[in-house]
Ligand binder design. Structure first.
Ligand code: GLC
Length: 541
């Protein structure tokens, strides 16, 4: 009995979690924006796909200036998505289908529409209500210069001046004021927010900007040479990855541990040396391996990342958390369509259409998915990658919604290209996404990528994912040992759970080992696989 409970509590260690960008998944009420009703109606699709859990991007009340990462009320669902009763019904339906549900917590900043910030700006300078954020006077004779030289991640200064002369800090958009995590009310309220959602059945949280939160209290200028978004290896950056953040995480973890089977996954863009600190047993359960996401499509870049992860498992330090795409980066089918040396990384990246070979990109994306699904640890899939969706690189400027576009003075388009609503059907309004024109326009070739166009079609990307997820569930389970197989510099090959994974990054075909071929991401003559193909072979026992 005890064993069964313990095992279930550790469900996340090998889980495949599907990221639902709710705004773009399915529109149930015909207003052009995805919602809870749409998601509820598609839960069967996710169960049949074969995933274990969903992570839903922020669904809280929000002006949606940053796609909901600007939360006005952490205890309410935005009316465009539904209501609290709808969220509870969704959680319950998902559980009935055996799917766990993770929500997205945004603790570094609130929306400027949050009651605390409204209170702060309607108060006078020096009022205690301003202490929940970072309000400061400016520099220079009239205070007309910002308090320090910090820059917003989305472009421009990280400080904005309000009418009474005070400045407030926002490391992201002007509508996302940073919270002061040294304030006891901030600390206490978030513990309560965790409980609020755990009590409603949420199985865990993805935590936004988990390496943020704590700031050097003296708010010093960023020294020359210290990158604004960079990753320092000694915790000395004034606002990223500071040691004080771990104390906060420990408080959250003790709340999570007061329930059974809850999980917290960190969005922490930190150096590999410091990542294990976030994964200690009293902190996060998981942290995305963003090095795997940002690595180019070469065996040389990816092998050491897998080696590092295996070492962490062997030393009992952490289980890996693999990911290839999310709502902040260019879809990997498009990144991999470029030559490895040109493959962009990070959230402020752009692609140049002319250089793209989408056919190559899709082949690599399929091979990458199988490679990832063969690895030990957990996997996060981003909605639409199972359809082989590409980045929509040619959205017209007038539809762009990401604050990056405005804040960079129209230099960087931002992240809308990976957030275009999902095509469900070949034809009909919004390719089955919903009745109304979707909040971002879909390109006409989305018809061919739709769920309808791929269902039951042998070799389609959707069927490849379905087969790979079913095989993973059957063979690549917890505890299976991992053994490297040397097949040359351009091949990543290993054996796990009676399956040999062979991923060919090179120009020449590679000979497959003996055994039954269970699945390949591309063509095979039964003995070899060519460039950019992964094969899974059942090893003869
Ligand atoms: C995270 C989110 C991103 C958001 C930012 C600010 O990086 O993933 O979408 O814009 O935090 O909250």
């Amino acid at each position: 009995m005890t064993e069964a409970i313990e095992h279930d509590d550790l469900w996340w260690r090998q889980a495949v979690t599907y990221q639902v960008y709710i705004r773009s998944f399915a529109d149930g009420d015909g207003d052009g924006t995805g919602d809870l009703a749409g998601l509820r109606s598609r839960l069967g699709y996710l169960r049949d796909l074969g995933v274990d859990a969903l992570w839903i991007n922020p669904w809280y009340e929000s002006p949606l200036n940053d796609g909901g990462y600007d939360v006005a009320n952490y205890r309410a669902i935005d009316r465009r998505y539904g209501d609290l009763a709808g969220a509870e019904a969704l959680i319950s339906d998902a559980h009935d289908l055996g799917l766990k549900v993770l929500a997205d917590l945004v603790p570094n900043h609130t929306s400027s529409e949050h009651a605390w910030f409204r209170e702060a700006i309607s108060a006078a300078p020096g009022d205690a209500s301003r202490d929940r954020y970072y309000f400061r006077s400016g520099r220079g004779p009239d205070g007309t210069e910002p308090p320090n030289n910090w820059q917003s991640v989305f472009g421009g200064p990280a400080w904005t001046r309000i009418d009474d002369g005070d400045w407030y800090l926002h490391l992201f958009d002007v509508s996302q004021p940073d919270l002061n995590w040294d304030h006891p009310e901030v600390r206490a309220d978030f513990l309560d927010i965790f409980r609020f959602w755990f009590d409603r059945g949420i199985d865990g949280f993805r935590v936004d900007v988990a390496h943020g939160l704590s700031k050097d209290p003296s708010l010093p200028d960023l020294a020359a040479g210290v990158p604004a978004f960079g990753i320092e290896q000694d915790g000395s950056h004034p606002y990223w990855d500071r040691d004080e953040v771990h104390e906060i995480i420990r408080e959250w973890r003790s709340v999570a541990d007061s329930y059974a089977g809850k999980v917290m996954v960190a969005e922490a863009w930190v150096s590999p040396e410091r990542l294990p600190m976030y994964l200690k047993s009293d902190q996060y359960h998981q942290s995305f391996d963003f090095d795997f996401l940002t690595a180019p499509w070469t065996a040389a870049a990816r092998r050491p990342l897998i080696e590092r992860a295996i070492q962490l498992i062997d030393s009992n330090a952490a289980m890996p958390t693999w990911v290839l795409s999310n709502h902040d980066v260019i879809r990997h089918a498009t990144r991999f369509a470029l030559a490895p040396e040109n493959q962009p990384t990070g959230i402020n990246a752009s692609v140049v259409d002319d250089d793209l070979d989408q056919h190559v990109g899709l082949n690599r994306a399929r091979a990458a998915a199988m490679l990832m699904l063969a690895l030990p640890g957990s996997v996060y899939l981003y909605q639409g990658e199972e359809l082989g969706l590409r980045e929509v690189t040619d959205l017209p400027p007038e539809v762009l919604d990401d604050p990056i576009w405005e804040r960079t003075g129209h230099k960087i388009k931002g992240r809308d290209g990976c957030r275009v609503p999902i095509p469900w059907t070949r034809s009909g309004p919004a390719f089955g996404f919903g009745e109304a024109a979707p909040w971002l326009p879909q390109p006409s070739d989305f018809a061919d990528f739709s769920v309808e166009a791929q269902t039951g079609v042998a070799g389609s990307t959707l069927e490849l994912y379905r087969s790979a997820l079913a095989l993973r569930r059957a063979h690549l389970s917890a505890g299976s040992t991992f053994a490297w197989i040397d097949m040359g510099d351009d091949v990543i090959a290993f054996e796990r759970g009676g399956i040999t994974n062979v991923t060919n990054f090179g120009d020449e075909p590679v000979e497959l080992p003996n055994g039954t071929i269970l699945l390949t991401s591309g063509p095979s003559d039964g003995h070899t696989v060519g460039t950019d193909v992964t094969a899974w072979i059942q090893t003869p026992s």
